[in-house]
Design a protein around this ligand. Structure first.
Ligand code: COA
Length: 389
């Protein structure tokens, strides 16, 4: 029988501007917290999977597997995974597969990104490498630009407007107010969003996730290991899925659907043996406000064209039927790209365990979902987490 994969412990640095901290320092801090939380010794780790996207560009640093093993104090095979902004979840998924295969009982997974030690222009250039070099980067596409094309097309096909998007930003900033790890712990209102400087129409400043430094880590263990060592590990990763799509927007049938997310979601739901109606709480990849709506539609929570008004209608707010991004999401918590996927896992674990600042809002929740996208959702990874004891 395939073993279950328990989340024994999680750790995360604050996200934000901390350019003086190298990514190895950031990851060491997150891993340290994860080991303490797990009550698992570093010596027990049999593999490390680590996500990072732009280390060569920001820190002139490749070969990060062994570097991060050294930083975390583990002596085990160590591999870096890269899937643009989904790199952290790629590391988590690799860890899940390693334990399920029977190869390992204990893995350290996580990711880090240092982004603010270089200029915004340089970071924008580095991030653009997640788009198609031949057809998009060469034409000057940046990520705010690419997602604004998707937003404008969404308005054209389904309706909706900037104010709908503003409600998503307001919701996620509100959720982050009490989250000490978040980059922006301040509430904003609709006028703030609508009157902010334009970044790429229709997006203003508050439609965009920020540029951030940070790291996250988790210790994953098999059922047997958790039992033998008497670990308090009540959260299991019961579903894992990954999807792919055409790399460039211009190669897609639709610019307002994200089939990579649909495929990842379907795979994760099937793996967990449940569906969208069973999910109590979700952390989705809101790198830009429109991305949250696209995610909720791809994951089957809403029909195409309907999710843009979900925040405005109070359906995805903290007291809504499906609270989304209770951490503050990428929008307000921050988005150090290689760390984000594992940070979603960290926040969801705490939400379900009951030790997150927003746990009280979801005290009955037993099933959570994380959705982490790469590029303009050319890649996507979804995990389902359940409380099992
Ligand atoms: N949301 C809210 N406030 C933000 C912000 C954001 N996304 N980005 C910056 N700020 C705030 C800063 O805190 C700062 O406030 P202060 O003056 O009170 O200290 C102010 O805006 C200026 O910050 P600065 O860092 O100079 O902004 P910038 O103009 O260099 O960068 C963006 C702003 C939107 C261009 C940048 O955050 C960006 O490129 N975001 C998208 C990142 C991205 O593409 N990620 C990958 C997604 S796929």
């Amino acid at each position: 029988m395939v073993t279950g994969v328990r989340i024994a412990g999680v750790g995360m640095t604050p996200f934000g501007k901390q350019s003086e901290r190298t990514s190895r320092e950031l990851f060491a801090a997150a891993a340290d917290e994860a080991f303490t939380d797990a009550s698992v010794s570093r010596d027990a780790v049999e593999e490390l999977f680590y996500g990072n996207f732009m280390g060569e560009f920001a820190e002139t640093q490749g070969h990060q597997g062994p570097l991060m093993a050294n930083a975390a104090g583990v002596v085990a095979p160590a591999t870096r995974l890269e899937s643009a902004c989904a790199s952290g979840s790629a590391a988590v998924r690799q860890g899940v597969q390693s334990i399920r295969s029977g190869d390992t009982d204990v893995v350290l997974v996580g990711g880090a990104e240092r982004m603010t030690n270089i200029s915004t222009a340089e970071t924008t250039e580095a991030l653009s490498a997640a788009a198609d070099g031949l057809w998009e980067i060469s034409a000057g596409v940046t990520f705010p630009g690419a997602y604004s094309l998707m937003a404008n097309r969404y308005f054209h096909e389904f309706g909706g407007d900037r104010e709908d998007l503003a409600h998503i930003a307001v919701k996620n900033h509100e959720n982050a107010v009490e989250n000490d790890l978040a980059q922006f712990q301040r509430a904003i209102d609709i006028e703030d969003v609508l009157e902010a400087p334009t970044v790429s129409s229709p997006f203003g400043l508050y439609d965009c996730s920020p540029i951030s430094d940070g790291a996250a880590a988790a210790v994953l263990v098999s059922d047997d290991f958790a039992e033998e060592h008497g670990l308090d590990a009540p959260i299991e990763i019961t579903g894992s899925g990954q999807g792919v799509d055409n790399m460039s927007l211009q190669g897609r049938k639709s610019m307002v659907k994200t089939p990579a997310a649909r495929r990842a979601g379907e795979m994760a739901y099937e793996d967990a043996g449940l569906g969208p109606a069973d999910i109590d709480v979700a952390e989705v990849h809101d790198c830009f406000t429109i991305a949250e709506a696209l995610a909720l539609e791809a994951l089957g929570f809403y029909e195409p064209g309907e999710a843009i008004s979900a925040a405005r209608n109070g359906e995805t707010t903290i007291d809504g039927d499906l609270p989304v991004n209770l951490s503050g999401g990428l929008k307000a918590k921050g988005h150090p790209v290689g760390a984000t996927g594992c940070a979603q896992l960290t926040e969801m674990t705490k939400l379900l365990r009951g030790d997150h600042v927003n746990s009280d809002a979801v005290s009955d929740a037993s099933v959570g979902l994380t959705h982490n996208a790469g590029g303009t959702v050319a890649s996507c990874i979804v995990h389902v987490l359940e409380v099992v004891e």
